[in-house]
Design a binder for this molecule. Structure first.
Ligand code: PHE
Length: 344
């Protein structure tokens, strides 16, 4: 019987060495130490022994039982530790690995120009106004002194949605909206935004482009104020040596109207291929707001006058960065756009 007991110990040790998961270990422990386990079945023969033998076997059994319990406990700890180590290994992050570089977008060059214009004009006390791109014929034309059938409507070939609604062909309707909301009170705004015209796209035309409108209404506002606001713009957007020139022109909503040129930055005004030998480059239209326009939106021209201007955002951006094709702005070629990123 003693040898049977020793065998139990040996077998258990051999089996234990093979186990490496907790469920199997629990099962194995029940096999050896459980109520119906191997040890219990050996012990069940005790009754056939003498008192002396019982004492000896009993002591030995206890030793073996304790030893097995310790061994099972040690194995359990060993398996648990292995599980934790494995988990830690799986979750390990090597903080010395180089970081993953992800690409950051940039601000579109046209938006950069608009942001610069906003900065500049906000600095001069203007606020920024916005309006919808789908406009009424009334706001886009009629209230700007362009009744239906007026020949000057041909200046802007317009996308009509129906006879009353259109894609705005200029940002000037935002002037009308602002005037209608202001009850004859002074105004000082710029309105940047997209406009649409039925032009065939080429290097200098796009069916969709951007304008930045300006409108200043108040007492005793004159053409000199307009010239000052535009000179400031030319010198901030390009460089401080730029000059501007006002040429007589026609817009139905301004009287008098002017077209404004900036001195050519390529040749300093001497004349080159960029300015076609003139020394000047046209950048915007402007003028003193026509009395009819004021009246139609609730302003009394005897009390309040002012000026309006419409800057071509693409035009300025192209001149500034020497871009020769307007389509670059709208084809989203990242090789083009990346050149305007602040963080490369
Ligand atoms: N809206 C005009 C255009 O698109 C530009 C302009 C604006 C002219 C304001 C005068 C005053 O052609």
């Amino acid at each position: 019987m003693l040898s049977k007991l020793e065998n139990v110990l040996n077998d258990a040790e051999l089996d234990l060495a093979k186990v490496n998961d907790l469920n199997a270990l629990v099962q194995l422990k029940a096999n050896y130490l459980g109520k119906k386990g191997v040890l219990a079945s050996v012990m069940s023969n005790m009754r056939d022994l003498t008192v002396e033998q019982r004492k000896e076997i009993g002591m030995r059994t206890n030793v073996i039982k304790n030893s097995l319990e310790e061994k099972f406990e040690a194995k359990k700890n060993q398996i648990e530790e292995a599980i934790i180590n494995q988990k830690l290994q799986n979750e390990t992050i090597d903080v010395t690995l180089p970081g993953v570089d992800f690409s950051i977008g940039g601000i579109h060059p046209l938006n950069q120009t608009i942001m610069e214009l906003e900065d500049l004009y906000i600095g001069m006390g203007y606020t920024v106004a916005e309006g919808p791109e789908i406009e009424t014929d009334e706001n886009c034309f009629e209230k700007l002194n362009l009744p239906k059938g007026h020949p000057a409507r041909d200046m802007q070939d317009t996308f009509y949605i129906n006879p009353e609604l259109l894609l705005r062909s200029q940002t000037s309707p935002v002037q009308v909206r602002t005037m209608m909301e202001n009850d004859g009170k002074p105004i000082k705004i710029i309105c940047p935004g997209k406009v649409y015209r039925r032009d065939a796209d080429d290097a200098t035309h796009s069916h969709q482009f951007m304008q930045c409108e300006g409108l200043v209404l108040g007492k005793n506002i004159t053409m000199a104020d307009l010239k000052g606001a535009l000179l400031e713009m030319a010198q901030k957007m390009f460089d401080k040596d730029r000059q501007i020139r006002l040429r007589p022109s026609f817009f139905p909503f301004t009287e008098p109207s002017v077209e404004v040129d900036v001195s050519c930055g390529m040749c300093g005004g001497k004349g080159c291929s960029t300015c076609k030998g003139t020394g000047w480059i046209e950048v915007l239209g402007a003028g003193m707001v026509n009395d009819n326009v004021l009246r139609m939106s609730g302003y009394d021209p005897a009390e309040i006058q002012g000026y309006a201007f419409g800057i071509g955002v693409e035009r300025i951006t192209m001149l500034k960065h020497r871009i020769d094709d307007i389509r670059n702005f709208y084809t989203n070629d990242v090789r083009f756009l990346n050149q305007f990123k602040e963080v490369k």
